[in-house]
Design a binder for this molecule. Structure first.
Ligand code: NAD
Length: 257
């Protein structure tokens, strides 16, 4: 229960899915959470789950990650309350489908701004604090960053950028004692696919198909990603940096045959 005792941990996109599950998990292990999202009532729900799991009341920051001044406010509010930052979990992200034949530049910009630019900005701002605390970063990438799938072009490009960002920043900050890693989930049951345009029927078929597309024969659960994030963020991973860790039921290792 004390892995993250008194560690100040920022989790973006904490109002749902992997971010919410991760925030509850890390708080349950003693972390002092800063939960970031756009939806106040959903953030409140995450805060209630944290307290119910035995965690301390988190700091809630309402921010749209694509707005520079709101991203700045995350750091200002965190330092005003806690005076330090130990862990940054860059989780907020969106999924949109489309190929080179039908993905507009507007869509491309939206995906890159949300999944890459905002993460770049927040990491820039938090880095000086992580150097002081010898803290670490965990980025939430995707199997789509490691492997290529047709029809999810801009999303795949954004997640490949997250993996390259992870490795480059890991090398840049290693001499300063800051570790930087990523998790690369396969299909995890959250709202992201429906938010990305799938209706109930298509989503049910998609989950069924996961039996074939994931070696372990099923989609994953938010808690399985939260556990991997917690490992990378903890001292148990003290000699790991620049890692993109698949949490995907073996999907990254599969080849069609
Ligand atoms: P989700 O939609 O439940 O969570 C994404 C969160 O990011 C939401 O809370 C959303 O509000 C937030 N967000 C999106 N745009 C934002 C913005 N502009 N400002 C602030 N917050 C914003 O879905 P999830 O599956 O939990 O996704 C979390 C991360 O996991 C994403 O980066 C996603 O790409 C990644 N991921 C998910 C899966 C999956 O199958 N669920 C697989 C691989 C990677």
């Amino acid at each position: 229960m004390s892995t993250f005792k008194d560690k100040v941990i920022i989790v973006t996109g904490a109002s749902s899915g992997i971010g919410a599950g991760c925030a509850v998990h890390l708080a349950g292990h003693g972390g002092l959470l800063v939960i970031v999202g756009r939806n106040a009532s959903n953030l409140k729900e995450t805060a209630e789950k944290i307290v119910a799991a035995g965690g301390s009341e988190p700091l809630k920051v309402i921010a749209d990650m694509t707005k520079e001044s709101e991203v700045e406010e995350i750091v200002t509010a965190t330092l005003a309350k806690y005076g330090r930052i130990d862990v940054l979990v860059n989780n907020a992200g969106i999924l949109e489908t489309g190929s080179i034949e039908n993905t507009s530049l507007e869509q491309f910009d939206r995906l890159m701004n949300t999944n890459v630019r905002s993460l770049y900005q927040l990491t820039m701002l938090v880095t000086p604090e992580l150097i002081k605390t010898k803290g670490n970063i965990v980025n939430v990438s995707s199997v789509c960053g490691l492997r290529s799938f047709p029809g999810v072009l801009a999303y795949n490009v954004s997640k490949a950028a997250v993996d390259q960002f992870t490795a480059c920043v890991a090398l840049e900050l290693a001499p300063k004692g800051v570790r930087v890693n990523a998790v690369n989930p396969g299909v995890i049951i959250t709202d992201i696919h429906k938010r990305g345009g799938m209706d109930e029927e298509a989503y049910a078929k998609f989950l069924e198909h996961c039996k074939v597309t994931h070696a372990l024969g099923r989609p994953g659960d938010v808690n399985e990603v939260a556990a991997a994030i917690a490992f990378l963020a903890s001292d148990a991973a003290s000699f790991s940096t620049g890692v993109s860790l698949p949490v995907d039921g073996g999907r990254h290792a599969m080849c069609p045959r």
